[in-house]
Each structure stands twice: as C-alpha cells, then as structure tokens.
Design a protein around this ligand. Sequence first.
Ligand code: F6P
Length: 547
Amino acid sequence: MALPKINPTTTKAWKKLQEHFHDIENVHMKDLFAIDAQRAEDFTIAWEDFYVDYSKNRITKETKKLLLDLAKEVKLDEAIKSYFSGDIINETEQRAVLHTALRAQKSDKVYVNDINVIPEVFEVKEKIKDFSHSIISGARKGATGRAFTDIVNIGIGGSDLGPAMVVDSLQFYKNHLNTHFVSNVDGDHVNEVIKKLNPETTLFVIVSKTFTTQETLTNANTIRDWFLKSFEKETIAKHFVAVSTNIEKVQDFGIEKDNIFPMWDWVGGRFSLWSAVGLTISLSVGFENFDKLLSGANAMDRHFKNAPLDSNIPVVLGLLTVWYNNFFKAESEAVIPYSQYLNQFATYLQQGIMESNGKSIDRNGNRVNYQTGTIIWGEPGTNSQHAFFQLIHQGTKLIPADFIGFAESLYGNKDHQDKLISNFIAQTEALMNGKTKEEATTELQSSNLSEAGVEKLLPYKVFEGNKPTNTIFIKKLTPESLGKIIAMYEHKIFVQGIIWNIFSFDQFGVELGKQLANSILQDIKNNTIANHDASTANLLNFYKNKA
Ligand code: F6P
C-alpha cells in the first residue's frame, strides 16, 4: 500500500492546534507543574531500560491529545504498517524501506516482491559472523602470513557515519583490532591514515552501496596503489573486501566474489549500519556485540510497531518536534548526550534527520506551505555546557533539546558519574525554571554590590526559563541500548516525514552535489572554464593560479 498523502494543515487537528497554540505560547512550564501533581508521571514513558521524561515540554494534556489526533488524521498507524511490511513507500525511487528487516528475528517474514527476504538477511549475517571470527581470532591472515592488526573502513555518508559512530560509541566493548575510517576525498585525510599503517597487517573494507561514489572510489584507488607498492596484485584478495549492491563494479575493482558482502536496494544508505555496511562494527566489537546492537534495534522496532500511539516513544518524540517546528517556529533541535562515548552521535544524526526530512515537495508533488525538516546539532554534555549552552539559556531562539544520559558508567567511577548526572539533571531543571527577577535580586544582594549595582546587573542575571527538553535516561550504554537509541531516532524521522507528507527516503539534493562536482572537475582537468557565472569562473582561476 502507498503512504497516505494528506496535507497536515488541512486536518481538523492542525486548525485546533493553531488555536491551542495561542492559549499556550506564553504559559510557563513551571506553572503547569505547580497545578498538576501528576504531570511528571503522565508525561513519562518507562519502557525496558529506558525512562523517557517529556514533561518538561510546553504542552498540556490537550496539546498531546490534539497532536495524537493529527497523527490519526494523517493515518500514521497505516503508514507504520506499510513501513514494516515491505510496501514500496520510497515511491520516488520505487523501493521498499526495510532496514527493520535487517534486525528482524529469524522466524519473521518480510516480503519484497513476494519473496521473504529474512533467509537472505540471515545468510549475510552468517557470512559477517564467520568473517569477523576469522579476522579477530587471527585464523585468516594477510599476504605474508601475519594476522591482521588494523581495519580501514573506506566509505562516505551512510557508508561511514553509522559504522564510525557505533565503533566509537562502543569502544568500551572493543577488541585488539585498530579501526580507522577514511571518508573525505581530501587526500590529506587518506594520507594521515595510511601513514599509521603496515600494509602487511591491514584489512581494507570498501563500503559503497552504489560503488560509484567519487570520494570512496578515489580513496580506494589511492589505497590500492599504495598497497601495490609493497605487494603483487594477486594479494588484493587477502587484504580487500567490499560491501555493495553493485557486484560487477566491485569485481572490476579487483575484489574477488567471495570477498563481497551484498546488500539490497531496499536499505537506504543512512539506515544501513545494520547490514554488512556494519562489517567494521562487527570486526571491531565482535559479531556477538554487533548482533546485540541489532536485537536492541529490533526491540525498539517492536515497540514502535505495537505500542499505542500515546505511549509510543518515537511517536511522542516526533510529534513534539512537529509542535515546536510548525507552531513555535523553532528552526533547530539539539541532541546532548551526557556520555563522551556518544561524541559522534549528533553528526551521525545530521545525515539521518536532514537527508531524510530536508524536503520541500509533498507526497502529492506540490510545494509544501509549511516548515519541514529541522536542523539538528549537538555535542556531549558537559563540554557543550561550556560552549553553546549560553545561547540555549539566554539567547533569543527557542531550541528544544534531547538530553540522553546513562545511569551507570562503564568504569564505575562513582564520583565522576554523580557529577556527570547532576549536571545532566540540573540543566533540564534550570532550562525549565530559569531564574526570576526576585531570585536574581536576592542572589545579587547577597554579594557586595551597591543597590545601584544590583539594579544595573539585574536584567543580565534573569533567565526566562520555559526552554523545552526531553530526558532520555537509560540504564547503561550497551550494544543493545545503543541499538534502541538509534532505532528510536530512525522511527522518529519516519513519524515526522509522515506528518509533513514528504518522502523521507530519497536524497536527490545530495546527489546533485555529485553531478556538479564532476562538471567542475572536467574544467579543472581540461584547463577550461566553460559556462560558469563570474564568481565561479574567478574561483576556478584562483585555483589554477595557486595550485
Ligand atoms: O550522500 C549521499 C549518499 O547517497 C548517501 O545517501 C549515502 O549514504 C552516500 O551517498 C554514500 O553512497 P554509497 O554507499 O553508494 O557510496
């Protein structure tokens, strides 16, 4: 079944939300807590090892009801069914969207063109497992008979960001292999990586769904040339493997059929870390941990598919984003993990969220007359508190934020953990409460300032508060809980795309960049400056004269 194609602004719920927004835009969350002792409980979802508190949002029960009505009117429940059952919901590319099948259980059945894809998924998982074991144990060796010590993942976008983020996030669970990622076509990137490597003990994993991506092929060729300075062509089979849907092109590159890990066109690049694209994850933390990551994601899939909309984590988070984006006109959202392990998480989410929902044509082919995709950004707390929190607390912009924290630290250092978590909790409280004029006055009066001094400083010391946050509190960072977090955001993206009536699973905007760079490259290579505007021509000239 195709996705519903309903302009959200034509629904009854949207109109009611617009009226309701005027009642609520100046209400302070502090007052909402004061009049409702049940608020925190009512706006919390406790699920498995997750405790999701969304009570510090500028909402009432009425807001939640109207947002859920909106979800119903745009037929979110039907859309969720289509998403999980292999329907061609990526209409513009005529594909199913089935990253959820990659983490399904063996007994599940998911059909694409009447064929159950689960046996094939498990066949590839077996191949990932055997290969990972042979490399980690040292049974499979390089050309000179030495075991591998280093793995280099060569890919970009979804073929890099997901694996790189997961490997970094799960470094506590890592084995002895050193993992490196080469993504940028900037030759300095690949050279900085190469200089740390011994070709004798390095395995290269080329990841490209299409195997046509300029950056990845350029890096792969540079690495192959470097490798062939030490070894004969025949040894490529021992040191290079690839993950791709384009078997022919991979073979043309010189990689043997046995060393190719297939993937499918029903897996989008930015949702592909669960497939063989995650091979570097499996090599780095072992297949068993990779499989746990998948089980965590599968648990979140089942929650999203089966939980009622009003207690469904991705649904509630997605609706809150719509509330701020379309009614409060907030332009961006921050994601602040209180864990250094999740250092790369916001960067990873930027592709997932902005490549999916950065669209302006609706599912009927018309330009939307409302805002869609949010800008996403963030850094780990507490570092970010000392960087951009000033703007969230006292700036002019409304920036809803997700705070992600883990109750247990992995090394068990209680003093650090208590301090980390007190910051985690204190910030959301402060963002909500702010500091009133009276509180600020009392505070200033207790210092040595004169009355005039107090008066002068006062406006700068007041915090309006009323800044919305979601607290996603999780027991511990494990492969399973990380899988749940990632899947939670994947489904949140889906919910928003459905409400906004856009196609979330194509990326024509990014593909344009690929074409444009190629045409400029021709000019640079041929030393011509054809058909460009004056600014572009000048830039080409500057490059020609300086390079
Ligand atoms: O950046 C655009 C994009 O198409 C992404 O969606 C994808 O993750 C990336 O390029 C890499 O593509 P490939 O895996 O085909 O090399």
